[in-house]
Design a protein around this ligand. Sequence first.
Ligand SMILES: [Zn+2]
Length: 82
Amino acid sequence: MNCEELVTYLSEYIDQNLDDELRADAQEHLASCHNCRVVLDTTQKTISIYRQTGRQSIPTVRRQALRDRLQAAFDQRDCPPK
Ligand SMILES: [Zn+2]
């Protein structure tokens, strides 16, 4: 798994909706990629803030905005070659 794929699966990973194989791939990538750990941490905090305000889940529009922001963050840095 590379950074781009991790971002794609990130919300499913946090929601624990990935199958075992994908989750293992994601964990393997997270173990070796500091940037993705930061992104995961930031995203989890954002989601927990939403949940603290009484929302059950992040609205789809918000999820898309979050993903766009993460994608922009990745585009601005050097990503390891695929
Ligand atoms: Zn990464």
